[in-house]
Design a protein around this ligand. Structure first.
Ligand code: FES
Length: 515
């Protein structure tokens, strides 16, 4: 049965709507939480959290999943939903940082994550638009050709099927291209909902609108504090992308925004493939049928959160699409966030400097579908005290290879800049009066900075611009109508409520005389 909604079936961490929010079924009823100690508390209802929840519940554990808003509110509700056998960190890059064995294991993990999604869809009979398609990557100049050749050699070395091709379904002129058979795509929220139904049917408990603000451990039991009550569990998995509050990952992962548009083409001809260029930042296109309508999904133009203008990113993306395709209408535009790990591989396992039995997974780069799925398997194995062959490679406590060190320094220099420049470099002279309806800006009034948003009725919403995570100053995201922190990626809505961690407290309102 086709389902079309005029209001979103699920909320997401931004004002723009992804097609995933507008199709599918409303979420099933959620059970109430019992007072007993759970075997595992999972914090976060995205692909990592729900996959792990299901695996553990199926293994006979009593699992409670706490989600600050609704399932898929974070990146899973805004992903471009590519399922690949290759990754943003190329296999040669993985080899240079982790050796041949590390690159091989990374390739195996990507493949296993892919396989877990496919088998869940098959076993649970999840109707989620899953389709197998070929994937193409092409190079447009000599430098990109060299890069492409490296990607080819690296993939062959780890046994991932790839070949050169001269035939790519793209209007973009290219010099050389690779084809990867058997890539895939799906509707991420329909998939998530399939996992959720199976988890609930197996006796799992989901607590939506439950923000976990802290965890204390006593006698081997973790006590998680939420706005309403405490949840007790023998193990905890943070499946929130960036774990909350200040932690090591703030210095090991950089937050990035990525942009997507879904457009109709005058030609009515849509590529039956997943297609990527090798530019920096890169672009991709793929086709998805939304409400019986074929749409070209085109995206990319990724940049560090809070560092560039998101509205300009959409303008540039639209220009790029119109350069190569005859667009009849734009149906959707949205953006999402992911974290780039400093040494190229995700951090999955026991959380450093936390009590034993508190686990986390972060730093998926742009490959959250496969890595979120394999992270769920690794973490559920750790909770079950089972060995997992990827545990050491992805351990959050791993020694950072020297190769990554220059990048590590760069990321941190960047954060340091925002700590310093945001606090002493006050040059803002703009007046609130010039703020147009529907826009926001950090402005200075009487020597004090405020994050000011003027709504469509002309009312100013004034907030402290100082991020509650570690005191950087937030920037306005005019596309998603949010305040984004350039340091570690926390994001807040126009009322100051947290949209994305690692912050757990909102931006305080500042009273402002409207006259
Ligand atoms: Fe760390 Fe804002 S997210 S200071």
């Amino acid at each position: 049965m086709k389902s079309t909604f005029h209001t979103p079936i699920a909320d997401r961490d931004g004002k723009m709507l992804s097609p995933w929010q507008m199709t599918g079924q409303p979420a099933p009823q959620i059970a109430a939480s019992p007072a007993q100690v759970a075997d595992c508390l999972i914090v976060g209802g995205g692909i990592t959290g729900l996959t792990a929840a299901l695996l553990l519940q199926q293994a006979g554990k009593k699992v409670v999943l706490a989600e600050a808003r609704n399932s898929g509110f974070g990146t899973t509700g805004g992903t471009s939903a590519h399922i690949n056998t290759f990754a943003d960190t190329t296999y040669p890059e993985a080899e240079s940082a982790f050796g041949e064995d590390g690159a091989q294991l990374f390739a195996d993990a990507i493949k296993e994550g892919f396989g877990l999604i496919s088998s869940n869809i098959k076993t649970l009979k999840i109707d989620c638009d899953f389709e197998s398609r070929p994937g193409y990557i092409y190079a447009e100049n000599e430098d990109e050709v060299k890069q492409l050749d490296e990607i080819y050699k690296g993939a062959v070395k780890v046994g991932v099927a790839v070949s050169y091709t001269e035939d790519v379904p793209t209007p973009v002129p290219f010099q050389k291209a690779l084809v990867w058979d058997g890539q895939a795509q799906f509707h991420p929220l329909k998939y998530l909902q399939g996992l959720q139904m199976a988890f609930l049917a197996a006796g799992g408990i989901i607590r939506e609108n439950t923000l976990i603000t802290g965890i204390e451990t006593a006698d081997g039991i973790h006590i998680a504090t939420s706005d309403t009550d405490d949840i007790r569990a023998k193990a905890v998995i943070y499946a929130t992308h960036m774990p909350p509050n200040i932690n090591l990952f703030n210095f090991e992962c950089a937050p990035y925004r990525s942009y997507v548009m879904a457009v109709k083409l005058k030609s009515g001809k849509y590529p039956d493939a997943l297609i990527y260029d090798t530019q920096e930042p890169y672009h991709y296109v793929r086709t998805h049928v939304v409400n019986d309508e074929e749409l070209l999904l085109a995206g990319g133009l990724d940049h560090k959160t809070g560092h560039e203008d998101p509205e300009k990113a959409f303008t540039d993306l639209e220009k790029y699409i119109r350069k190569y395709y005859n667009v009849s209408s734009i149906k959707y535009r949205w953006s999402s966030q992911y974290y780039v790990p400093v040494d190229g591989l995700p951090y999955i396992g026991q959380m450093p400097m936390a009590a034993d039995g508190i686990f986390c997974a972060t730093g998926y780069n742009g490959n959250g579908m496969m890595l979120g799925s394999i992270a769920a398997r690794i973490l559920s194995d750790l909770v079950l005290n089972k060995e997992n062959k990827y545990e050491k490679l992805f351990s959050p406590s791993r020694i950072k290879p020297m190769d990554s060190f220059s990048e590590f320094v760069k990321e941190n220099a960047d954060v340091a800049y925002h700590f310093v420049a945001d606090r002493v470099g006050i040059h803002e002279t703009d007046s609130l009066k010039r703020l147009q309806p529907g826009t926001g800006k950090v402005v200075e009034i009487d020597g004090e900075k405020i994050a000011a948003y003027r709504d469509d009725d002309g009312v100013i919403h004034a907030l402290s611009p100082v991020c509650t995570h570690a005191a950087c100053v937030v920037n306005w995201n005019g596309a998603e109508k949010s305040w984004d922190c350039p340091c570690h990626g926390a994001r807040y809505d126009i009322r100051g409520h947290v949209l994305t961690g690692p912050a757990t407290k909102g931006l305080p309102a500042i009273s402002y005389d409207q006259n």
